[in-house]
Design a binder for this molecule. Structure first.
Ligand code: ATP
Ligand code: MG
Length: 634
């Protein structure tokens, strides 16, 4: 197999990308994308280096790059494979069919008076029409703001108002894990506080009776009968916005990240090709929902801009049982599989039996994203799913970065978690200390020295927050500051260890929360762990460990002692938790991340104001934790 990103190719390309970025990006943009008009300037940066404009003067259309340009040679190739929640329904959509459907959707939007630059909210289950709606926006130059279909009416309405959307695309109902999600009802509630929205387009997902508001709501299947299947693409400037997407809210109020057209597309197109080692006949499956950035970049725009076949699964990994993912991999002969540690941890809890029923022999490459992966989960993924033959790419990136910035190379099988990750082409990582000075220490706060094409444009409507949040004042400003900590080895390989505010300083010893959590998870009774600091009169910071137990496990003095012993054995006696708080569940965002800022407040006995908790899957867990504080602590 011909892998573009083998070590020697990578080294040569990487050197070129840093030594002559202008020539490098110029050549990549010509190679990877179709342009309506070429650019006059590769990159333009403002004086304080917080703003980089890519491919100035150029014109492009993202939907054209994802669909139209593949039609001549690959019109009959399957672009999207879709599997329904209960597997009773599947769809295969070719590039030709996708083109027709997206043109029709574009014309429906135009009939609703949606114009270039207008914001369109998409609140949908994971169905093919969701992808078509996004591509239709891109085709006509509207800016989509996809809100994950599991969010509450309040969260939806906040996002609609913040992005000033004038129209909502939704479905009557969604299906997830055998349950009905009343999507349209939630939209109705949300719109009570969104006077700016005057149209709702409703896709019929189920046959249930649906309340429609005559003056506002239309059925998508009625509207498409009135439009043609031809729609010319809108010519977009390189930096015209493509979408707004809200971050998961792990660390505070969600931010409306605004991404542009050409730079973003180039980054996801290149990373999909290089990092995911795209081969023409691949069946590729990224399990993310289109409502998260991983869905935008690596379910939709990255694969389709490469003319790939991308699989979308409407349901959840545990329905009808915990073998569902493995069954889908065998059913469609998936070659590349990309998922999140939180999902893998959920599945490991079911043991190996659900996996053993399936061969998984089509798999060639595995990926993970979303948070640091612990050793135990990584080993399981490597041995049980990849059968020790598939490399695992642990991809570090953020909503803000557009696409992958750090990951392993796809042709290297390393049998050790967390090693050998390289910066992507053009990405120059470095470390700063807590005073924002560049440091040559091997551990510190990550910064990225040079801008890259997929970098966000701004926070929608809040340029000040954008500049304050993401740029350090070190070295005259301009370094991108992701708020994550990392280790950079002498050979330049990088390991992101956790968020900047997850570091604990215990009696002068620094520990990452993740390393302590990784140790705790290895205990057989522990499903998940989250470690935070609290003020300690002697040590400076004490260690407070929240532990979600496996079913049938009980909190006991013995268990607490065993957990402390695991940490002592694996890390150090200094890292032993002062407090162990056993719980049935931890508070998680809807993208599966533990919301540590809440745990930090609980650990600090501060139960006053938990800030924005609207992105939590189950907000009642917070009260359970507060109530169990006294009973469970030791
Ligand atoms: P918010 O910014 O609102 O707190 P969020 O940071 O959870 O939300 P995302 O942009 O989805 O929203 O997540 C990016 C973050 O996830 C990264 O900054 C990092 O902390 C973590 N992350 C993602 N992938 C990895 C990975 N492979 N290894 C370690 N951490 C990762
Ligand atoms: Mg973040």
């Amino acid at each position: 197999m011909n892998t573009l990103f083998s070590e020697s190719n990578y080294n040569a390309l990487y050197q070129w990308s840093l030594s002559n970025p202008e020539a490098f990006w110029d050549s990549q943009a010509k190679h990877f994308l179709h342009w309506i008009k070429p650019w006059t300037e590769v990159m333009h940066q403002d004086a304080n280096r917080t703003h980089a404009k890519w491919f100035n003067g150029g014109k492009i259309n993202v939907a054209y790059n994802c669909i139209d340009r593949h039609l001549e040679e690959h019109g009959d190739k399957v672009a999207i494979i879709w599997e329904s929640d209960d597997s009773s329904e599947t769809k295969k959509v070719t590039y030709k069919q996708l083109h027709e459907e997206v043109c029709k959707f574009s014309n429906v939007l135009k009939n609703k008076n949606v114009k270039k630059g207008d914001r369109v909210c998409i609140y949908m289950p994971l169905i093919v029409e969701t992808a078509e709606a996004m591509l239709a926006c891109a085709r006509i130059g509207a800016v989509h703001s996809v809100v994950f279909g599991g969010f509450s009416a309040k969260s939806l309405s906040d996002r609609i108002q913040d992005a000033e959307c004038k129209i909502v695309i939704t479905a009557n109902e969604g299906l997830r894990g055998g349950k009905i999600v009343p999507i349209k009802n939630i939209v109705d509630q949300a719109l009570e506080s969104c006077p700016g929205v005057n149209s709702v387009i409703v896709v019929k997902r189920t046959d249930s009776k649906t309340q429609m508001l005559d003056s506002r709501d239309v059925w998508y299947h009625d509207e498409i009968t009135q439009v043609s299947n031809n729609c010319p693409v809108e010519e977009m400037h390189s930096s015209d916005p493509l979408f707004i997407l809200y971050t998961s809210g792990s660390t505070g109020k969600p931010k409306g990240i605004l991404h542009g057209s050409a730079g973003y597309l180039l980054h996801v197109c290149m990373t999909y090709k290089y990092v995911f080692d795209h081969q023409d006949d691949d069946i590729y499956w990224c399990t993310a929902d289109l409502g998260w950035v991983t869905g935008h970049s690596y379910v939709l725009y990255g694969p389709l801009s490469n003319g790939a076949t991308t699989l979308m699964f409407e349901g959840v990994p545990t329905y009808p049982d915990a073998s569902r993912y493995w069954q889908i991999i065998d059913k469609y002969k998936v070659n590349t599989f990309y998922t999140a540690p939180t999902i893998l941890r959920t599945l490991t809890a079911f043991g190996n039996e659900p996996v053993n029923k399936y061969s998984l022999k089509s798999l060639r490459l595995l990926g993970t994203v979303g948070e640091p992966i612990d050793v135990e989960t990584w080993n399981w993924y490597f041995e049980r799913i990849g059968k020790k033959r598939c490399p695992i790419i642990d991809t570090w990136w953020q909503t803000e970065t557009g696409g992958v910035l750090i990951s392993q190379l796809p042709d290297e099988v390393t049998d050790q978690c967390g090693t050998n990750a390289h910066p992507f082409l053009g990405i120059e990582p470095s470390l700063v200390d807590d005073n924002e000075n560049l440091t040559t220490e091997r551990s510190g706060n990550l910064v990225i020295k040079q801008p890259w094409p997929g970098q966000m444009l701004t926070i929608y409507g809040d340029q000040k927050r954008f500049e304050e949040t993401y740029f350090t004042s070190c070295d005259k400003g301009g370094y991108y500051y992701p708020s994550d900590r990392a280790l950079i080895a002498e050979d330049g390989t990088v390991r992101v260890t956790g968020r900047a505010d997850d570091t604990l300083n215990v009696s002068g010893h620094l520990f990452g929360a993740t390393e302590i959590e990784s140790a705790l998870i290895q205990h057989i009774d522990v499903a998940e762990a989250a470690v935070v600091g609290f003020p300690h009169p002697v040590k400076g910071q004490g260690i407070y460990a929240f532990v979600a137990m496996n079913q049938n496990a009980q909190s006991s003095e013995d268990l607490h002692n065993e957990l402390r012993q695991v940490v002592r054995d694996q890390i150090s006696a200094v890292a032993k938790p002062d407090v162990i708080h056993c719980a049935t569940e931890l508070p998680k965002t809807r993208s599966g991340k533990i919301m540590r800022r809440i745990l930090r407040k609980i650990a600090n006995n501060d139960f006053s104001d938990f800030g924005d908790t609207s992105t939590l899957v189950n907000p009642s867990i917070v009260n359970d934790l507060i109530e169990s504080c006294e009973n469970n602590q030791s």
